[in-house]
Design a binder for this molecule. Structure first.
Ligand code: CA
Length: 591
């Protein structure tokens, strides 16, 4: 076991006790296992099923032919009175599943039987400030530790056998509006996390910690003008001002409360040795208070994992006025063109445009709309910068009077929100969970007050169509062509996964986990889980069989912020269940 890095006596005794438990094997997730996660099929040790976040499995035991016989083998309730949105992706190591639930809870579960092995509850203070439900998106595994972020902005490392706390670290002040909802990322022995809180005027930051003991290694603010630091041998070393001079793209002191929270976490591309993160809206929402591009809000950032320096940035919505957070995942992929391998990365932004970038330098390759209606911009220029329709920017307030209200599409919950898309190495297509909606939006007067909502805007989200909001789309990143679409009545809010078996899995708020033919979009299977599916499905191999798991539990941002859409889904029931499926053994033999 690798525990030489732990110094505290109680930690050593906890680990030694774990080693003595019957059936507990020497277990340690290594950097190499994390790098290899994209190709190993018997474990899942990264959020994204691989560091690049493609959510593609090379497993092909399950196919479009036999998936009709996929059925549940066990299910586990997260219990208690605490339900609400369940948005995590499970991780699996040595037959044990590690998953987070709402209200900053972690469960370890026997992956064969569904038996709960332990549960950790972060016991949150009463004054947490989550903007968008009490959700969490999953754990990181490293060595013998299970590590996750909490709604009161702490990182907590638990012993994988006992669930006991090994270390706990305060990342930011939850009373100022900070929280953590993303799964942490482990890269080359460093634990990387962002923070949430753009709706409270926090200063976004990305940080690296030593996963063995929680020591801070570097911090990189994501608002122009703030200094980054590297911590080495007990010393704090300045590592450059983020984005140049304070106030260059911000007026006055607004950069001091500029938002740009990298709340969705990020991914890592081993081929370029770059961390790829996104940043949220500039604060406040009222754009008339902050003329300028407001770097690095609503952007994608590539960072050096060694010291957190910014290698390149690409801003999807400069001077955002619609809450178009730029946090959506930037997924690395390679494609062939003109006899060359293009090292690209793709993202489907809140603002309705799909971007393909050169991930070696952040240069714009191409971009196109991936939803049917975009009103705020007329298109993208040759550098990928939006061509604004100024008449669709909500107007400036005048004293106590609110500014001119406009109807904008997409709505601020995004043409696509947090829910991760998947990329198939077989079809070369991205499978994008999108939503067709718009909003009335107007601006109001606002002043910053620590810990209070800092928007300066009002809004009502509205559906664009009577019969559907959600659209699962298969998109060709080389041409912008939509290859197929599947409509859904409620807005889609769950992650997507694709497999070598020509399958695409995702869930819907109506409660169904569904599988589609990756080439044609035909629905080939579905199962009712009892509550809305907002989690990200995973698949792995155990005892020669292919398993699929997903969380079920309706909640998230839509019921809280969705305006007229929230009314449409108000009768959907909450839940909190972990489901696991496989084919019956005798049926596999027949195929
Ligand atoms: Ca936001």
């Amino acid at each position: 076991m690798k525990h030489s890095g732990f110094r505290k006596p109680f930690v050593l005794s906890a680990l030694c006790a774990a080693m003595l438990l019957p059936g507990v094997s020497a277990w340690a997730v290594t950097d190499q296992e994390i790098l290899d996660d994209v190709k190993t099929t018997d474990q899942i040790v990264t959020n994204g099923m691989g560091l690049q976040g493609q959510r593609y499995s090379p497993l092909s035991i399950l196919t479009t032919d036999n998936v009709k016989d996929l059925r549940p083998v066990w299910t586990l309730s997260f219990g208690g009175e605490k339900q609400r949105g369940q948005q995590a992706q499970p991780l699996i190591k040595d037959g044990v599943m590690y998953v987070t639930a709402s209200y900053s809870r972690v469960f370890a579960v026997d992956a064969r039987t569904g038996k709960e092995l332990w549960q950790y509850d972060a016991r949150l203070p009463d004054d947490i400030r989550p903007c968008c439900d009490v959700i969490n998106r999953g754990v990181a595994l490293y060595g013998d530790l299970v590590i996750f972020g909490t709604l009161d902005a702490k990182l907590v490392a638990l012993n994988k056998d006992t669930g006991k706390v090994v270390w706990r670290k305060n990342v930011a002040d939850h009373k100022a509006g900070y929280s953590i909802t993303a799964a942490p990322l482990v890269v080359n022995g460093k634990l990387i996390t962002g923070v949430s809180g753009g709706e409270f005027g926090v200063v976004g930051k990305i940080e690296a910690y030593d996963p063995k003991n929680g020591e801070l290694l570097w911090t990189r603010p994501t608002v122009e003008g703030h200094m980054g630091y590297v911590y080495k041998d007990g010393k704090k070393i300045e590592n450059g001002i983020s984005g140049g001079e304070a106030g260059k793209t911000w007026p006055g002191d607004l950069w001091k409360t500029g938002g740009a929270a990298p709340w969705l976490g990020g991914y890592y591309d081993p081929e370029t040795n770059l961390l790829l993160f996104g940043t949220g809206n500039p604060a406040p929402w009222n754009s008339h208070l902050r003329p300028g591009d407001n770097l690095y809000s609503s952007s994608r950032l590539a960072l050096n994992p060694d010291d957190g320096s910014i290698t390149w940035h690409f801003q999807t919505t400069p001077h955002d006025g619609w809450d178009f957070d730029g946090v959506n995942e930037l997924v690395s992929f390679n494609y062939q063109e003109g006899g060359k391998t293009i090292k690209a990365a793709a993202t489907a932004d809140r603002n309705g445009f799909f971007y393909v970038l050169d991930r070696t330098n952040g240069k714009f390759i191409r971009g196109f709309p991936f939803v049917d209606k975009i009103t705020w911009a007329k298109g993208l220029d040759k550098n990928g910068r939006p061509i604004y329709d100024d008449s669709n920017r909500p107007g400036a307030p005048s004293g106590a009077d609110k500014g001119k209200s406009v109807f904008s599409a997409p709505a601020f919950l995004g043409a696509k929100n947090w829910m991760p898309m998947a990329y198939s190495q077989d079809t070369g297509l991205f499978y994008v969970p999108s939503n067709e909606w718009g909003m009335d939006i107007w601006n109001e007067d606002i002043a910053y007050k620590k810990g209070a909502a800092y928007l300066g805007s009002g809004f009502t989200i509205k559906p664009l169509n009577e019969d559907y909001i959600g659209v699962l789309r298969a998109i060709d990143p080389k041409t912008g062509k939509e290859v197929w679409r599947q409509k859904n009545y409620a807005p889609l809010w769950g992650g997507v996964m694709t497999t070598k078996g020509n399958l695409v899995f995702t869930g819907n708020p109506e409660g169904f986990l569904q599988a589609f033919n990756a080439k044609t979009g035909d629905k080939v299977w579905e199962f009712q889980t009892g509550s809305g599916v907002l989690g990200s499905p995973v698949t792995w191999e155990m005892d020669g069989e292919q398993y699929v798991s997903v969380l079920s539990g309706w909640g998230g941002a839509v019921p809280l912020w969705g305006g007229e859409v929230a009314k449409r889904v108000k009768n959907f029931n909450q839940g909190g269940m972990l489901w696991t499926f496989k084919l019956p053994k005798d049926l596999v033999a027949k195929h």
